[in-house]
Every structure is written in C-alpha cells, then in structure tokens.
Design a protein. Structure first.
Lengths: 408, 410
C-alpha cells in the first residue's frame, strides 16, 4: 500500500471555478497531487456564494465550494496586475498541469495560452474547458451548465412524452464534464509519463456530454429516428418504471424486468395475481405493447407496500428493484456507509463538513480525502514563501502593489 | 508515438457487459489494443436495441455499436476449464482487464483480482458493478435505473407533479465506465512508476451520487430537494422558469441573468410591455431575489410570449448575435445540423462493413493536441478476430481451433 498518493509530486495550477473544472481538479487532489487554486477576491467563485450552513454570506462558509474543492490550496491574486502574472509564470515553471474553465479570451489576455506556457515548461499539460470549445463561431457565446443539457440533446430525452422537457435536478452536464475531464487529464499524464511529452486539451462540455447520447445518435444515423422523451420506459424491458409505494410521505420504487425468469419471479412475489395470467402479459414483447395496463396493475400492488419492502422482497427473488432515495436516505444508506462514501472533514470555519468521494476505489493507491477546502487566500504565504522562496519583504511589496490580495 | 494514441501498445482484455463496455471503448479510442471477450452466443448488449432497420441480429444492435468501437472480438466460454486456460494465456500478455460480472463470478472461476494478482503482479483490473464488489447490496440485481434510484439522482430529476424520472437514454453505465477508466489511468500511472498492478472497484450507485447536489442542500439546510422541473429557485423562494415553448419545440434561457441584453431584444419586436418603464428599469437593476413572484411571473410571461413566436434556429442565431444566454432544446437531428459542431467537424463517419454502410458518431469528447482520440475500427462482429488472436497471437493451429469450437470452448 502506497504511503503517498499516486500523484504525489504532481503540481496543478487551478484556474477553474463553479462545478465542472473544480471536480476535475479535485480528482487529482484526492490522489495526492498538490492543487493550487488561484482566486481573485474581486471575482469570487460562484461556488463560494452558494449554500451556507448558517445562512449568512461568507465566502469561507459555502458548502457548495467546500465539497468540490476539498484538499486544494488557495492563492489569492489579482490577475489584472502584471506582477500577478509573473507569479503564475514562476509557478508554471515548477508545475505539471494547468486547468482553466474561463471563456477562451481570458488566458490569451493574460499571456498564459498553451503556447506561452510551453515556452516556460515544455512538458506542461494544459486543459481548457468551456461550453462549446476553444474554436468555432460560438466559442465565445455565453452559456451555463444549468441550460447546457438543452444544447447537448439531453433535455430533449428527459421527461414525459405528453409535455415539454424537464430538468435533471441541477447542472447535469457539469457533473458529466467533471468526470470526463478527469479522464482526459489522466490520459495526458499517462502519455507524459511514457514519453515525456505534455500537451493541450480543448474540452467542449457540449461535445463531451453528447457522448452520453451515442446510441441515440446512431439510431438517427442508421434509422433516421429522432429520440425523445420516454418517461421511465425503456425498449426491451417490461415492466420498467417507477411505482408509487405505501406511506404518508411520497415514496417510490423502481422495477426493471427483462427476462422471463424475472417476470415469473415478480409474479411469484405478488402471489400470482389473476391479472398477471392475462395473455397480454405473457411475453416481454406483449408486455411492452400493453405497458399502460401493466404499470397500472403493478402500481396497485406496490401501493400496498412500503418502498423498502418492495425492494427487499423483489431483490430476494432476483428482480431488479430499488427505492428512489433522497438525500436523507443516502445519509443512512448501508451500502454507501460500507463503502465509506461520505467523509466527515473538519473545516476551520464550518466545523463538520461532509464531503462525498468519487464513484471508484483503488486497492493499492486509494484516494485520500482528509483535508478540507481552503479558506480564500489561505495558502498565500505557503505558496509565495515556501514554494517560490520569496522573502516577506517581497510579499509585502506585491501585496501593496495589489498583485497579491491579502486576506485578513 | 502520439499518432497511435496515448495508450498505444497497452493491451486490454474487455470481459465486460453493458456496465463496463464504454470503459474498454475509451481505452481503444485512445489507441489501446482492446480484445472484447464474448460468450459464444455473443454479449447481451447485442440483443439490446435500437437495431439497424429494427431487425434484431447480433451485428445490428446500435447500442453494441455505440459501446464497442476500437475493439476486436473473440468468443470464449469461461464456464469451461479449457476456456479459462486460454484466458490465462491471454492474461500473460495483458496489461488491463475490464469486467462487470456479478461479484463472486470471477472468484468461482479463479479469475478474481487477488488470485490473478499473485500470478500477474502488474495486472490492472477495472470492475464496474451497480454497487461495488463488497457490502450489503453486493448481490442486488440492477439495471442502470436502480443505480440512479439508490444514488439519489431520480429523486431530483423531473417535474414536481410527476413521478421521479431519469434521462431517457442509459447514463449510469457510461458515467461509471468513465470513472473506471480514470481509475485505470491512475493505476497505469502508478504501474509505470512501480511495476505494481491493482484493482479498480467502480460503483454505479456512487457515480449516481455525483450526478446531483441534493446532498449539499441536505447537509447545508437539512432540506430535501424537491423536483424542480424546468425552473430555478433563487434565494427567498423566487421561482424562475427556464424552459420556454417556441414554434418548433423548446428553448431554455435564464433572462434573470441578462435583463440588460434580453429587454432590448424584446423591445426591438415591440414586446417589452412595461419593462422599459422607469419603474421597471429600477427594479431590473436589483436582484431578482428582491422581486415579488408576481413581478417575476409578469416579466417571464413577456419573455414566454416573445419566444413562442420564433423557431429554435431563429432564436439561437439571434441569441448568439446579442450575446444572450439561450440554448435551443436540441434533438439529435438538430445537433447534426449545429453550426458550431459542423465548423469544429465534431461528428465522425465510421465505415461499418457488418452493416454495409457508415454510421455517424459523436466525435472526440475532448481534443488532445499530441495524442488525439480516434475511432480506430468499428465495433466488431461476433468472434470476428478468433483466427487473428487464437491463431495469430497464441499460435493455435486450425485443428486446435476446430477442436475448441466442437468442444464449445470458443
């Protein structure tokens, strides 16, 4: 078992903010990289403005920020000042990865494009992520993860056939991009480890998200069919849906049946009701053709049992079924507890801060989520004096000049 | 080196079913030599639609084609002793195994990670399952929908007056496959430095917890997030609609984030109502959280009336010109025609001899300057590469192969 993280010794400069970019960078921090997030208190990360445990605005108390930035270090610079850019360039010289998620003109304006950075550090890896990519007629168009699922084709297929598209509960494409970006950076690190060569990664969150609709794109290409909303149905499965269960609070259970064996097991659990013997439900194809009636019958059974009971009885019989859990349920979920999925960190201002891990575990070089997210500018002294070797006099001068923004 | 992809020379055995195939695909699209190992009757995904021309056939599943580019295919019956012996011969020259068997299956066959690790200490294994290799739900049956349900995602997806729902195309499988891929890259990086292999254990339920932030709302406010449909809630309980019907579908916009560009747009068409009045000008400069819901409804009502009169294409084009945050709700057909995607040459045509035609795929999920992503070959036919791999790589003779076929091994 490794004592240090697998990415120990890798230094990342993080110019990302809100969700997608920080998620990518947090993956690297979880595995031992030193991730320095460069923040400007005059343009505060939106995530530092959302979800406060005690209600009052405080950029150091935002749970939205602390979840996606655990384990990072914060350096507060005013990038409008040329001396701030000098500091960044000095850091680039001793860093491995630069991540940014601004509009394409920002790094250009600061003279920190990939071409600029590779002059300083030839094997640097740089990843830029934005809505629609670094090039093309719409590269500079304003966008937002809350509505990008619409452009990416995901909204069209989310919701019910008899009404307009619905939302996925949040900036869905940001979460997809976070995972995809981590994959991209790790691919580049592997390549560099094998060959010594760095590179530039241009990641359009729209282009990334559309990978998640590949079967639908192929259906259009091959068959001319345009996918749209199906509710909870799925071709090739019957039943496949979400059913209301007993209880005063809203509660639901999924049931998914593909094989004859699963269908028979489901009927057995329901005590072989007469309706299930109807010829319309004998085969999967026929069940698919009569799915409204099927769903109505199932709902009258599930309505008599709690969601937990439906899940447990069906699982014992080998039928896929699952409680539709909410956040309180996740808190007490036994499987997530077994996997130690939620970590309780101690944050200097918030106190106990629950942070989730990502959905995979490594056996020899596991992720370590132990250090809370930084306070704004918390690591100015560490970065400037310990990493860059600046004297206290230098730091004072840079602070007076406005390049470094001191935090009380 | 770069032209062949970042993973050129890396050898992958992909034993996975639906839950892991995108992981193997990503490795192959990055240049790894990926061998897809299938049961004799073909992987189950070959029986999942949609199908080319709606004809069910092992080579016509478009879901199979979506998940299995850049791989070669061999058939192998791992239930037989001879089959597992053949697998061992391949394992001896393999760097990464991808699998998604029910936990316990590989143990039965003596092919679980711990057993293999003793024999092949540098081998990396990536496992993708609904709940992980251990724990109280280890043996729970699941499709991707069950993982999304138990991961909390479905509770916040959908309309408040309808049941919880999901995205109408499989998501958790692809998402967890990407997680497993990242884990495998971390493991490979470690192996390059230490020679040591390891096991990646990816859980679709855990992946699903990372697809929403209901947990943050719960931890912050002790509140259960309701389904919000196509609305955003601002502080003070102000609800702002995001989705607007238009002539040929829907667009999504957040006018509250850009009244200074949206109102002139409405006004240019004489549809700004009272929003250009002095009273409204003052209000528009304040935070929307300070408005009443009636005021929000009035302003957004004008937006809705305006947007209803145009097509998706017209609105998107004008929104771009006016730097207004608005996106059309694109169908796959719209996306194929999208100006930005066409200029960036996003879509990729792949020749698929098994179907006698080409298929147009979404292109690179990200663009790497030195080692570009590339679809190296179409998804394979069932057992297409038996001769090339059993014969060419393992050196088995035609007689050997015939005997193995007759024995139900390949």
């Amino acid at each position: 078992m490794a004592v240090q993280g697998v990415l120990h010794g890798i230094r990342v400069l993080d110019f990302t903010w809100v969700w997608a970019g920080p998620i990518m960078c947090r993956h690297l921090a979880d595995y031992g990289a030193e991730v320095i997030t460069i923040e400007n208190p005059n343009y505060i990360d939106l995530a530092r403005q959302l979800i406060y445990k005690d209600g009052a605005y405080d950029p150091d108390m935002a749970i939205a920020y602390t979840n996606f930035n655990a384990g990072k270090k914060s350096l507060s610079l005013n990038m409008a000042e040329p001396e701030a850019i000098d500091i960044v360039k000095r850091l680039v010289a001793i860093s491995d990865v630069v991540m940014e998620s601004m509009t394409p003109k920002a790094m250009r304006r600061w003279g920190l494009t990939y071409d600029d950075l590779r002059q300083i550090k030839p094997d640097i890896i740089m990843l830029s992520t934005c809505m629609q990519g670094q090039t093309g007629p719409y590269s500079m168009s304003p966008g937002n993860g809350a509505i990008l699922p619409a452009l990416a084709g995901i909204s069209e297929v989310t919701g019910w056939p008899d009404r307009g598209p619905t939302g996925q509960g949040g900036p869905y494409t940001d979460f997809l991009a976070g995972a995809m970006g981590a994959a991209a950076v790790m691919t580049a690190l592997v390549h560099r480890e094998r060959t010594g060569e760095g590179q530039y990664i241009d990641m359009s969150q729209n282009e990334s998200a559309m990978q998640f609709l590949t079967p639908a794109f192929l259906d259009y290409s091959a068959n001319g069919r345009v996918a749209s909303r199906l509710g909870n149905r799925r071709p090739g499965y019957a039943p496949h849906g979400v059913y209301r269960c007993a209880g005063e609070a809203e509660s639901w259970c999924t049931i998914s049946v593909r094989t004859d064996a699963e269908w028979q097991a489901l009927c057995e659990v329901m005590d072989q009701p007469a309706w299930a013997r109807d010829i319309r439900f004998a085969t999967r194809q026929s069940r698919e053709a009569h799915v409204d009636a099927l769903d109505a019958h199932l709902a009258s059974w599930t309505g008599q049992h709690s969601a937990q009971e439906v899940m447990e009885r069906l699982q014992r019989a080998g039928v896929p079924a699952a409680v539709v859990q909410d956040a309180a349920d996740l808190d007490t979920d036994p499987q997530l507890a077994h996997r130690q999925h939620y970590v309780r960190l101690q944050h200097p201002r918030i106190g106990e801060n629950v942070v989730d891990r990502y959905g995979f575990r490594l056996s020899a070089t596991p992720d370590v989520v132990q250090v809370p997210a930084p306070l704004l500018g918390q690591h100015n002294d560490y970065v400037l004096s310990e990493i860059l070797g600046l004297s206290q006099g230098d730091i004072n001068r840079l602070t007076t000049a406005g390049a470094v923004v001191a935090v009380a | 080196m770069g032209d062949g992809g970042a993973l050129q020379g890396v050898r992958v055995l992909d034993l996975s079913g639906e839950f892991g195939q995108f992981c193997g695909r990503l490795m192959g699209d990055h240049g790894a030599d990926v061998i897809k190992v299938e049961p004799l009757e073909g992987d189950n995904v070959r029986r999942l639609g949609p199908f080319y021309e709606d004809v069910e056939d092992v080579d016509r599943s478009l879901y199979w084609h979506a998940m299995n580019t850049s791989k070669r295919s061999i058939t192998l019956n791992l239930e037989t002793v001879q089959g597992r012996a053949l697998l061992h011969r391949l394992l001896a020259i393999t760097d990464v195994v991808v699998e998604s068997y029910d936990p316990g299956t590989l143990e039965r066959w003596g092919l679980d990670f711990n057993t293999l690790h003793a024999q092949y200490p540098s081998l990396i294994m990536a496992s993708i399952t609904p709940f992980g290799q251990t724990g109280p739900y280890r043996d729970y049956r699941a499709t991707e929908m069950e993982a999304l349900a138990l991961g909390g995602f479905m509770s916040v997806c959908g309309d408040p007056d309808r049941p919880p729902t999901r995205v109408g195309q499989p998501q958790a499988t692809i998402f967890s496959s990407i997680n497993a891929y990242t884990g495998a890259m971390l493991a490979y990086y470690h192996r390059l430095r230490s020679g040591e292999g390891q096991h990646i254990d990816a859980s679709m339920q855990e992946g699903a917890t990372n697809l929403h932030y209901a947990q943050l709302i719960w931890n912050g406010y002790g509140m259960i997030s309701p389904r919000m449909g196509m609305t955003l809630t601002f502080g003070g309980g102000i609800i702002v609609p995001i989705s607007y019907a238009c002539q040929d579908g829907y667009v999504q916009a957040i006018p509250a984030l850009g009244w200074d560009t949206f109102i002139p747009w409405l006004d240019a068409h004489g549809m700004a109502g009272d929003l250009t009045s002095a009273a409204w000008q003052e209000r528009l400069e304040s935070l929307i959280t300070d408005w009443s819901q009636e005021q929000v409804d009035y302003a957004c009502g004008l937006v809705a009336q305006f947007l209803a009169g145009f097509t998706k294409k017209e609105l998107y084009k004008e929104a771009i010109r006016r730097r207004q945050m608005l996106y059309p709700v694109q169908t796959v057909q719209d996306a194929r025609d999208d100006h930005q995607l066409l200029e960036r040459q996003y879509f990729v045509d792949v020749d698929v001899p098994a179907l006698g035609r080409a298929l147009t795929y979404p292109g690179a999920p990200y663009r790497m300057s030195a080692t570009p992503w590339r679809i190296h070959r179409p998804a394979p036919r069932l057992g297409e590469h038996n001769a090339a791999i059993y014969g060419g790589v393992l050196g088995l003779s035609e007689t050997d192969l015939t005997s193995l076929r007759q024995g139900g091994v390949i």
